[in-house]
Design a binder for this molecule. Structure first.
Ligand code: PLP
Length: 407
């Protein structure tokens, strides 16, 4: 008898962005004269830079010649890219990560969703609340999350770690020990980042309890302050307990190009001594046929002098928007978090308002769109996410309008 995977039927509707789209469409229809500005975008908007484009064109030309044509890429990635990553992201920072611990992929979303496959269905997961939805949903699909309680918006088998202004948006070590701990820093959606000391406490905790940390560092390039961990492997002992996921999407603007990678150190083993690096290699080899040559050459170009300079300029462009938002809205009396080591600003909504009330208020009175914090989890209630991925012009105009509301 054919039967659908029942776990998929348990997935909770991702109504957040569709609700936003509906509300915005209705508003535009009723107010055709108003120019709506979105500070809700979770995607880059600047075009690819010159060095990257040249690498893409050159690689495409190679594919068009008999002598340099290439078919399937190696499952785990071309050596030229794995070597560039090991050298530029790790060894140059004094971190010992080898080429064969780096698995090139089509991006961090797939990796952060797929990595749970190498762990037993009985493992318990812990996530931050608010959270990037992929971590929970991929575990729901795997049947690891138990029963959903609509009233509390929580899964019975998931350990939620509230991240609020009260704890500086840094999760506290849970009493109940999880097997798999998801940490995203710099964080989407709160825009806050973990110090090396904060992360070191987690690494110690994971080693002490035999847990694994899945560290999503998709926004690493946005770190501007000293003392923030760029990689989990800056912490002593992380090679024994942590997997790191990285992406070219947010630093080099590859959201439409698709390229990322995951690091699984060979020292990382389960309680029986099974080497997880081999399992991920096997999984990759079976279910993934390698990121395209052209993309991998583009990724390699990110590490060239020109690529590095252009990437820094892209990040700087977005972070100028973050500063415009932070300075402008602070002036207007808002309490804001994030925005310094991440392209996200987490705004405390005015007392007495809920996240969705503030959404409606901004849309109706300023024609500005953001994302209600409650959409990322119960602890996001009372907060609102603004992103720095717009243009300078639109960002400045949105901030001007919001300030005007207060004046
Ligand atoms: C954008 C983002 C990613 C990157 O995803 P890609 O698939 O590499 O584009 C990963 N994790 C988080 C938390 C993100 O916001």
């Amino acid at each position: 008898m054919l039967k659908a995977n029942q776990n998929y039927l348990k997935l909770q509707g991702s109504y957040l962005f569709s609700t936003i789209a509906k509300k915005v469409a209705a508003y535009k229809e009723a107010n055709p004269d108003k120019q709506v500005i979105s500070l809700g975008i979770g995607d880059v908007t600047r075009p690819l830079t010159g060095t990257i484009l040249k690498a893409i064109h050159d690689a495409a030309d190679e594919m068009g010649k008999a002598e340099t044509f290439r078919g399937y890429a190696p499952d785990l990635g071309y050596a030229f890219l794995r070597e560039a990553i090991a050298e530029k992201e790790y060894r140059s920072r004094g971190i010992e990560i080898h080429e064969d611990e780096i698995f090139v992929s089509d991006g961090a979303k797939s990796d952060s969703g797929n990595i749970q496959e190498i762990f037993s269905g009985e493992c318990r997961i812990a996530v931050c609340d608010p959270v990037y939805p992929v971590y929970v949903d991929s575990n729901v699909m795997a049947g690891r999350t138990g029963v959903y309680d609509a009233a509390s918006e929580r899964w019975s088998n998931v350990i939620y770690m509230p991240c609020t202004a009260g704890n500086g948006f840094i999760p506290e070590l849970p009493d109940e020990v999880p097997d798999i701990i998801y940490i995203c820093s710099p964080n989407n959606p709160t825009g806050t980042a973990m110090s090396r000391q904060d992360l070191a406490r987690w690494v110690d905790y994971a080693n002490e309890h035999g847990s694994v940390i899945i560290f999503d560092a998709a926004y690493e390039a946005y770190i501007s302050e000293e003392g923030i961990a760029h990689s989990v492997y800056e912490c002593e002992g992380a090679r024994n307990c942590a997997i790191e996921i990285r992406s070219f999407s947010k630093n080099a603007g590859f959201t439409g190009v698709r390229l990322g990678y995951t690091v699984v150190p060979k020292d990382l083993k389960d309680a029986d001594g099974v080497v997880l690096n081999s399992l991920w290699a096997r999984r990759h080899g079976t279910k993934f046929n390698g990121a395209p040559y052209i993309q991998q050459r583009a990724g390699e170009a990110v590490y060239s002098p020109g690529g590095l300079a252009e990437t820094r300029a892209l990040v700087a462009y977005y972070m100028e928007n973050a500063k415009t938002i932070m300075d402008g809205l602070k002036d207007a009396g808002y309490t804001l978090y994030g925005g310094v080591n991440a392209p996200y600003i987490w705004l405390k909504v005015p007392d007495g308002m809920k996240s969705w009330d503030f959404f409606d208020y901004l849309l109706t009175n300023a024609s500005v769109v953001g994302t209600p914090g409650s959409g990322f989890g119960p602890s996001g209630e009372g907060y609102f996410r603004l992103t720095a991925f717009g243009t300078h012009e639109n960002t400045a105009e949105a901030v001007r309008r919001i300030k005007e509301l207060k004046g």
